[in-house]
Each structure stands twice: as structure tokens, then as C-alpha cells.
Design a protein around this ligand. Structure first.
Ligand code: 5AD
Ligand code: SF4
Length: 464
């Protein structure tokens, strides 16, 4: 069997794809890099907005055409698979295997079945399942919990991924040990709401540490860098900021989705915090970590959002001064309360507001990145950039960074880099040694600081 996997959506899906891929390998499958080479194609889907759903639909259309010409097993898994919407799509496009986010371990049974195989149950053994570590990479994801207990009115995730289930600290640390032994240097802990770790459906689980305590344990494991996402502001507690400040391995990077700066909109979204409470968290973080890198998610054009509400979002952006933001136009998702109860705003209103927000984001990211020029940043260099002679990576604050290849730094790893040039999306620098001296460039490499077209070389990488 030759299997090809395609992933849409968030880091949770990346992790889940890895989990399924490793199951396939243990079943003897060859993992191939293109649909053309494959006799099984598995698509891990996202349902959070209309756009990723459309992408899946058009991919399945392509796969159906291929399947008309030759034998091909098509699998759909992940969030969209869990929804009626996704199952209708699966039927329309001749999908053979359908696995919801809780049924991924059914992949073996699905491949053995000689008929259409659909599984939508949330299997308990998934939480204790420890996949083998990824190979040949310095970075790994580690899921610490699945599902979500919040019910934000715009969000389909509680439906697709079910209620929150925290993984046991033993399983998490066991998985981390395997990742460390495989050479991982940066681990990102994943959950819809990591700050609620160990408290499922409002009940503290016996023997489970708080998220701050778990962070400290992971930070002491010997891993060089620890990141985590996502923090729901409702469950954010100051002890997390304290753990970040006094555990050197935990990166000073925090992704704290605000969604809106207007209390009226936050209430309609059922976010369970106010603008003032959110800003208090930001102040707590800055007190413990004055140089914390702050990122957020914002939805523009939520139903009923007025120009005044939107102005509140713009002013909050200025008050926090985010380093980066993911910005989304509100997308009505069937099955969510806001889809059922509220009227969508006109498309033009939403896109015009998004344009203004993007301008603000670029302005802040340019300022924040410009302030890094002249500083030395710890950069995890993953490998070659698109342009020959250059390496790409990211800082502790998740800023994408490009450097010319240098002697003494010819393999992926964590290096010190003096930043010489910045755009809103990218830092450019040179690798330096412990004394701050620049390492000699490899033959063919040019100083990125001297390149007027540096900004055009590498497209920005997603941060979180
Ligand atoms: N429309 C637009 N954006 C959404 N998000 C979640 N649901 C929707 C929706 N219906 C965004 C939120 C969340 C991110 C993962 O996706 O900002 O934090
Ligand atoms: Fe998409 Fe959300 Fe599912 Fe991730 S959890 S794949 S963002 S719907």
C-alpha cells in the first residue's frame, strides 16, 4: 500500500496526520509524496470556516476524477468528517473511508474493510495513544488535550472535536521523552484551551497538574524550547506567566486570541471575558515578561458588529501592540449558535474592515520587527530556504528568520543570529558565535542584509 496524506487546518490536525501516518507505517504502508504515486489518499480536513471546506471540496473533486481512471481509495478525516456537511460531501465525492477526529485509530480497521468504512465515535484509547516521534526534525507537536468545553457562538469545534479530555501527564511526558531521544529541540504543546488542562467539564482530575505545573515539568525535561497554543483568555492564569518567566526553556511567546475588542461583541460571541479582563491578562504577562511576544486571533464582521465595535478592536490592537495576528472574516458555520440566531453582515462591510485591520497589523509588525534590528536572537534553523545559500528558521518569539549559510553552522540547529534587516513578516540576519562575532559565509552565500530584494526571497511562514 502506498499512502499519501494531505492536511488542512491547525497544528492539531498536523499532529493528528502524524499520528495516522505512523499507524500506516506500522501497518506496512509506504508513505509517498504525491497523489500520483498513491493508491490511498487521506485528507485531514478543517471545518472552522467556509474556505477550508471549499478547499476540501475541490480537492475531492480532483481525486474523484483520478479515481474514475484508476483504483484509488479516498479517505476523509478530521473536523469536517464529523459534520453532516462533511458526510454529504463525502457521499457526493465517493469517499471510501471517513474518520472523525475521535476515530483516527480506526484507520487499520478501515483499510481492512472491503467496503465503505465510516467511524465517528470518540475513542477513549486515543488519549493514551503515544505515537512514535517524528524523525529528522527539530520541532514536534505534542497534544495535551482534545476537544473544547467552551461554546463560543461562532465556533464549530466543540461539535467536531467534542468535550475536553486532558491527556494524562504520564502519557505526555512519555511522548516527550521519545521526542527528545529522536532529537527534537522545540516542542509545542497543543490544545484548544491549554490553560484549562486537567479541568475537564469543570472538574479537576485527580493527579493532574495545573497547566502552569505541566509547563514547568516539560520545561525541565531537557528540551531546549517549549511553546504552547492556544490560550483561552477566560482560563488564563497569572501562574502561567510566572512559569514562563522562571523556566528558561519556555519561550516568551504567547498566543492569546481576543477575537474582538468590543464588550458587546464579546458577549454575543459568548467569550466569557471582557476587554478589561483581557487587558489585565496582558498586563500580568508583561509584568512577568516585559519582552513577551504577543500574538492573537481576531474575527472581523461578527453579526451585529457596528463601526464603533470595530473601532474598539482597532484601539485594543494599539493598546496591546501585538507582534502578529491571525485575522479572519466571520464565516457563518451551519450548526453554530451564531449561524442559527444572527444575521450575517454584508460581505463588503466585512472585507473593508478586514483591510483596515490588516493595515494596522502590518504597521505594528513592521514596528515590532524593526525594533529587533541590531539584537541577537536565538533562531532554530530548520534547513535551506527557497533561495540557495540561505537557511530559514524562527526565533523564540516565532518570527520567521532568514540567514545566509555560514561555515560552522551547516546543519539544522539552534543558533545565535544578529538581526540586520526586518520587514513586517521576516527578520534577516547573520549567524554569530558566543562572542558575537559573525561566522564566515559559505561559498555562494550573500549577506542577507545587503540584499535589497530580501523581502521577496521567502514567503512568510505561518507562526502558530
Ligand atoms: N468565522 C471566522 N473565524 C473563525 N474562527 C473560528 N470560528 C470562526 C468563524 N466561524 C477563528 C477564530 C479562532 C481561529 C482558530 O479561527 O479566530 O481563534
Ligand atoms: Fe480546523 Fe478547528 Fe478542527 Fe483545527 S480544530 S482543524 S482549526 S476546525
Amino acid at each position: 500500500m502506498r499512502a499519501h496524506l494531505i492536511t488542512y487546518g491547525c497544528q492539531m490536525n498536523e499532529y493528528d496526520t502524524h499520528l495516522v501516518r505512523s499507524q500506516l507505517v506500522s501497518l506496512g504502508a509506504d508513505i509517498v509524496q504525491s497523489v500520483d504515486e498513491a493508491d490511498v489518499v487521506l485528507v485531514n480536513t478543517c471545518a472552522v470556516r467556509g474556505k477550508p471546506v471549499e478547499k476540501v471540496r475541490s480537492l475531492l473533486g480532483e481525486l474523484r476524477k483520478i479515481k474514475a481512471r484508476r483504483p484509488l481509495l479516498i479517505g476523509m478525516m478530521g473536523c469536517l468528517a464529523q459534520l453532516d456537511e462533511g458526510q454529504q460531501i463525502a457521499r457526493a465525492f465517493g469517499v471510501d473511508i471517513l474518520l472523525g477526529p475521535g476515530s483516527l485509530l480506526d484507520i487499520g480497521a478501515a483499510l481492512e474493510a472491503n467496503e465503505r468504512f465510516w467511524a465517528l465515535n470518540f475513542r477513549n484509547d486515543l488519549h493514551a495513544h503515544v505515537p512514535p516521534p517524528p524523525q529528522g526534525t527539530l520541532q514536534a507537536y505534542l497534544t495535551i488535550m482534545r476537544g473544547c468545553d467552551h461554546h463560543c457562538t461562532y465556533c464549530i469545534v466543540p461539535t467536531t472535536r467534542g468535550p475536553q479530555v486532558s491527556r494524562s501527564p504520564d502519557d505526555i511526558l512519555r511522548e516527550l521523552d521519545l521526542q527528545l531521544a529522536a532529537g527534537v529541540q522545540e516542542v509545542t504543546l497543543l490544545g484548544q484551551n491549554v490553560n484549562a488542562y486537567g479541568v475537564d467539564q469543570g472538574a479537576q482530575l485527580a493527579g493532574y497538574p495545573s497547566f502552569a505545573a505541566l509547563l514547568r515539568m516539560v520545561g525541565r525535561s531537557g528540551v531546549r524550547r517549549v511553546k504552547f497554543t492556544t490560550s483561552h483568555p477566560m482560563n488564563f492564569t497569572e501562574d502561567v506567566a510566572a512559569a514562563m518567566a522562571d523556566t528558561p526553556a519556555i519561550c516568551e511567546f504567547i498566543h492569546l486570541p481576543v477575537q474582538s475588542g468590543s464588550d458587546r461583541v464579546l458577549r454575543r460571541m459568548a467569550r466569557e471575558y471582557t476587554r478589561e479582563q483581557y487587558l489585565r491578562h496582558v498586563a500580568d504577562i508583561r509584568r512577568h515578561l516585559p519582552h513577551a511576544v504577543m500574538a492573537t486571533d481576531i474575527i472581523v464582521g461578527f453579526p451585529g458588529e457596528t463601526e464603533d465595535d470595530f473601532q474598539d478592536t482597532l484601539s485594543l490592537y494599539d493598546e496591546v501592540g501585538y507582534d502578529s495576528a491571525y485575522m479572519f472574516i466571520y464565516s457563518p458555520r451551519p450548526g453554530t449558535p451564531s449561524y442559527t440566531h444572527f444575521h450575517d453582515l454584508p460581505r463588503e462591510v466585512k472585507t473593508e474592515r478586514l483591510g483596515r485591520l490588516v493595515t494596522k497589523q502590518k504597521d505594528w509588525s513592521a514596528r515590532k520587527n524593526a525594533a529587533k534590528v541590531g539584537t541577537v536572537q536565538e533562531v532554530l534553523l530548520r534547513g535551506d530556504a527557497h533561495e540557495g545559500g540561505f537557511l530559514e528558521g524562527h526565533t523564540r518569539g516565532s518570527h520567521p528568520t532568514v540567514v545566509p549559510a555560514a561555515h560552522g553552522a551547516d546543519h539544522p540547529g539552534i543558533y545565535s543570529v544578529r538581526i540586520g534587516h526586518a520587514t513586517p513578516h521576516m527578520l534577516y540576519g547573520r549567524i554569530v558565535d558566543a562572542q558575537g562575532q559573525e561566522l564566515p559565509l559559505m561559498n555562494g552565500a550573500q549577506s542577507s542584509q545587503q540584499r535589497p530584494d530580501a523581502a521577496a526571497m521567502v514567503s512568510p511562514l505561518p507562526m502558530a
